[in-house]
Every structure is written in C-alpha cells, then in structure tokens.
Design a binder for this molecule. Structure first.
Ligand SMILES: Cc1cc2nc3c(=O)[nH]c(=O)nc-3n(C[C@H](O)[C@H](O)[C@H](O)COP(=O)(O)O)c2cc1C
Ligand SMILES: Nc1ncnc2c1ncn2[C@@H]1O[C@H](COP(=O)(O)OP(=O)(O)O)[C@@H](O)[C@H]1O
Length: 311
C-alpha cells in the first residue's frame, strides 16, 4: 500500500476505485466495505483507493474539537494496509478545502488527481461546501466525468455506525473484550516511555509510563487491564493501570504498565501496547501496602488469564 499525504501528490496513472471516509477503528464493518473496494479493483484491473481526511472534519469545528478517535492516523494506515489496499490518501482537511464546491471537488480530486472510474459511497454521503451535494449529484457528476457510483446500503452503513458507537461506549466503560470483538483485533495504545514519579520500583512493580502524543486518541476508561506488547520483537505480557494513582496522591491521568518476567530499561522507547481485558477499576487505597496487595492479586488474575488464552 502506498500512502499519499495529499490527493495532489497521488502518482499512479491507472484507473481507480475510490471510497471516501474516516474508517476510524477499521472494524469488521469497515472491512466489508474495503473488501468490496479491493474486489472491484481486481475485477476491473483498477487500483483501490481510500480517501480519508485529516484532521477529522469535525475537529475543525469548535463544538467537536474534543472528538476522540479509536485509532491515530498512523494506526489507521497500518490497519488499512493489512486489508490489501493499493493506496491510502490522507488529504489535509483545511478551512479552504472545506469551502470547495462539490463539482470542483469531483473534478479536481476524484477525476483529475485520483483517476476515479468508480466511487463506492454511502447512500447518505454529503460532500462539497456546506455539504450541499448528495449521492444523486455524485451520480450526475459520474455521468458527466465518466465514473460509476456504487451505493453502500442503509443497512450496511447502519451496521458500521452501530459498531463504531458500540466500540466507543465499550472502550469508555473499559469493556475491552466487547470492543475487541467489534474491532476484530485488540485495541492498542502507542506512545513513548517517559519518567514517572519513581515509585514503581520501590513498590516492587516498576511501570513503564506511556506518553501518547495524539490528543485526539481515545483512551479507555480508568482501570487495571491485562495487556501485551512486542518489546524488541519479543511478545511480553503485562498489567496496565489507566488512572490518576489516587493512593499516592497523583493528579494527572497516566497510562502505565508493569511487564511480567521482564527486566530492562524502557525509557524513550516507542511501545505499541495491546489491551486484552479489564481486571478492575482504579481504587483509592488507605495505604500503599493495600495497593501492593491489590497489585499482587492483579498479577495472579493476569497470569491465569494469559495462560487461558495461550491454551
Ligand atoms: C496493575 C496496577 C494496578 C494499579 N492500581 C492502582 C489503584 O487501584 N490505585 C492507585 O492509586 N494506583 C494504582 N496503580 C498505580 C500505582 O500507584 C503506580 O504504579 C505507582 O504509584 C508507581 O508510579 P510511577 O510509575 O509514576 O512511579 C496501579 C498500577 C499497576 C501497575
Ligand atoms: N518489568 C518491568 N515493567 C515495566 N518497566 C520496567 C520493568 N523492568 C524495568 N523497568 C523500567 O523501570 C521503569 C519504571 O520504573 P518506575 O520506578 O516505575 O519509574 P517511573 O516512575 O519513572 O515510571 C520503566 O520505564 C522501565 O524503564
């Protein structure tokens, strides 16, 4: 898969089949749509293109500036690549772009830049300045500029929307198993290991504190989770706490992981951590000893769980 930072730098000269969307989560519903795209491309000797916008159009509007996404733009690229796509175009969504007239968008972006021969799009998709154009306009443009329009049905789109909502709700509630079932893979958190309060080692549980630089990344609800990560190409399991560490007077939310049977320096390393299941909520313990007791119980729970998924 080739990633293009703008439709204007798209280089392929072959005909393409294009779909447009955010595809946040790249979940099982999205996969069905991408499969239609790649099958259509193969059958016609065209190349498959996902046209996505960044930042998310709703991020540009003040009222939705706080929108959280299941995937960072890098994760989205990696997930789409696994689906056998030929091209991912991440077009910058700017104020100027949002003012583009529908016909200019079709002519400049879909036809001239991307060489669209077919566009696969939701029945309710709206586009162009003030979202004035709809699918019947797109079909008309298709006749004018020589591309076909394939409609994604109401039912299929509803399934996709329901999945996204269920995934977000499940993540907020810490129901990782449910979220992962809808995603079709494990929810991941990616970041750089930074210094914390230097307490972990003293408690017997050193924890790698993850700094996630993308403010728009959805962080699951506070609590303790079983996780795993590849550290220097070795799969290592662990337990993660998402929370403010009230027992030790913490204020800021941190994302920190103790890795089992691991001893090494993780500072400044990039880690991608997969979340597997929730153990419990974060608690305010009366003493640090009680916190350590709870962490020991978390470890027993985690090791049993890890053994059960390995069997
Ligand atoms: C598995 C696990 C469970 C935790 N549970 C709690 C908790 O319930 N309440 C709490 O205040 N802190 C909890 N913590 C956070 C600890 O307070 C924190 O790891 C410790 O203060 C070390 O922080 P540091 O990495 O900044 O040095 C937990 C940490 C881990 C790894
Ligand atoms: N098993 C382990 N799991 C997590 N981190 C570990 C482990 N063993 C060693 N470390 C190292 O210890 C650091 C965490 O120690 P800790 O005392 O919690 O300090 P900090 O407050 O800076 O996180 C990690 O960033 C990592 O470099």
């Amino acid at each position: 898969m080739k990633t293009h930072a703008s439709a204007h730098t798209f280089t392929s000269t072959k005909g393409t089949v294009v779909t447009i969307g955010t595809f946040d989560g790249v979940h099982i519903g999205h996969k069905k749509i991408i499969a239609r795209l790649t099958e259509s491309a193969k059958a016609n000797g065209w190349e498959s293109v996902v046209l996505t916008f960044f930042p998310h159009p709703r991020m540009l509007l003040q009222k939705d500036a706080n929108i959280k996404l299941i995937n960072t733009i890098t994760e989205r690229g990696a997930l789409l690549e696994k689906l056998g796509l030929d091209h991912l175009v991440v077009h910058p969504f700017t104020i100027d772009f949002s003012k583009m007239h529908a016909e200019d968008f079709v002519e400049e972006i879909l036809v001239h830049a991307l060489h669209a021969k077919k566009v696969i799009i939701g029945y309710d998709h709206r586009f162009g300045r003030n979202r004035t154009a709809d699918i019947s306009d797109l079909k008309r443009y298709g006749e004018q500029f020589g591309f076909e329009v394939e409609e994604i049905s109401k039912q299929e789109l509803e399934d996709v929307a329901v999945s996204s909502t269920k995934i977000r709700t499940a993540l907020h509630e810490g129901d990782i198993k449910k979220a992962n079932a809808y995603l079709g893979y494990a929810m991941m958190l990616e970041g750089t290991v930074i210094h914390g309060k230097n307490l972990g080692k003293k408690l017997g549980y050193p924890t790698a504190n993850l700094q996630i630089s993308e403010a728009y990344k959805l962080i699951p609800g506070q609590g303790v989770y079983v996780v795993r990560s590849f550290i220097d190409n070795t799969l290592v399991y662990g337990m993660m706490n998402i929370g403010t560490n009230p027992t030790v007077g913490g204020k800021e939310q941190t994302v920190e992981t103790y890795f089992f049977d691991f001893d090494g320096d993780l500072y400044n390393k990039r880690l991608s951590i997969e979340m597997l299941c929730k153990i419990r909520g974060e608690q305010h313990f009366e003493s640090v000893d009680l916190l350590v007791e709870a962490m020991k119980a978390d470890e027993v729970f985690s090791r049993t769980y890890i053994q059960s998924i390995k069997d």
